[in-house]
Design a protein around this ligand. Structure first.
Ligand SMILES: Nc1ncnc2c1ncn2[C@@H]1O[C@H](COP(=O)(O)OP(=O)(O)OP(=O)(O)O)[C@@H](O)[C@H]1O
Ligand SMILES: [Mg+2]
Length: 242
């Protein structure tokens, strides 16, 4: 069994008296794509924010590459990146300028070559010189993904990466993600409300509900465990349970 690149143990986040994340433990292996599934408010984004060091856990531990996020934050975050529909980049800069800022922040070499490569692969040539505030939501999602891939991270956290993309671009992004994983052994944790995408992309799925893990396994294992026809039916069944 390969060692985990990410290991979460007994992670808790409490807001006042409310447990948004309530004692979850899981890990991710090198090159693994782990899907984070769950109804609105289940705790997916809060979990990802804790893994990024943006939200401080109430309890529990987060280790990446064998280091503790609480004590080795800078070293860890250098090898991690993320994209989220809900986090925007500076609006007055062009797409290319934003990518340059990220390249500089991470101390990358050959920044222009990397930008050219990612812009081409994510089919962003048509808007690379556009000011970010003028982008459509699908274009700005692609910028977020370009930002995430630019730094060649070892772990990528994607919060609903394809939410605002048209089906054609979403499909291309999925292929791109799988290609990157094959080429570089990238590990990915990502959330989506698209069940078809979850089934297609995830090596393993964690199903969160009210801050707890209520199911875990491959899509087929989870479907079989709940005796449903597909993942969507499992989702509806679990989401409606009191
Ligand atoms: N800063 C905060 N203060 C108080 N409550 C919060 C805060 N952030 C999140 N919550 C609550 O924690 C719960 C989990 O929210 P979270 O955003 O993690 O859910 P999610 O699974 O990402 O949902 P969605 O599918 O809608 O994106 C929600 O009930 C939310 O209202
Ligand atoms: Mg969310």
């Amino acid at each position: 069994m390969p060692t985990s690149v990410l290991c979460v143990q007994h992670l808790v986040k409490r807001f006042g008296g409310f447990f948004a994340v309530n004692d979850i433990s899981f890990d991710i292996k090198p090159g693994e794509i782990l899907g984070l599934l769950g109804p609105n408010g289940a705790g997916k984004t809060t979990t990802i924010q804790m893994l990024l060091g943006v939200v401080t856990p109430t309890a529990g531990s987060i280790q990446m590459f064998g280091l503790d996020l609480a004590t080795d934050r800078e070293v860890i975050l250098q090898q991690v990146n993320f994209s989220s529909t809900y986090v925007s980049l500076p609006q007055a800069l062009t797409v290319e300028e934003n990518l340059w800022v990220i390249g500089r922040l991470y101390g990358l070499s050959h920044i222009q070559e990397r930008i050219d490569d990612i812009v081409k692969r994510l089919e962003m040539e048509g808007f690379r010189h556009t000011v970010t505030r003028k982008l459509s939501s699908g274009q700005s999602t692609r910028l977020g993904l370009a930002k995430a891939f630019l730094t060649q991270p070892k772990i990528l956290f994607l919060d609903e990466p394809t939410a605002s993309l048209d089906p054609d671009i979403a499909k291309k992004i999925r292929s791109f993600l799988k290609e990157e994983r094959r080429a570089s052994g990238l590990s990915v944790l990502y959330s989506s409300h698209n069940m078809h995408e979850m089934e297609e992309m995830s090596d393993r799925i964690i199903f969160l509900q009210r801050g707890k893990i209520v199911a875990e396994g491959t899509a087929q294992e989870i479907v079989a465990q709940f005796g449903q026809a597909d993942l969507e039916e499992v989702f509806v069944k679990l989401a409606r349970e009191k």
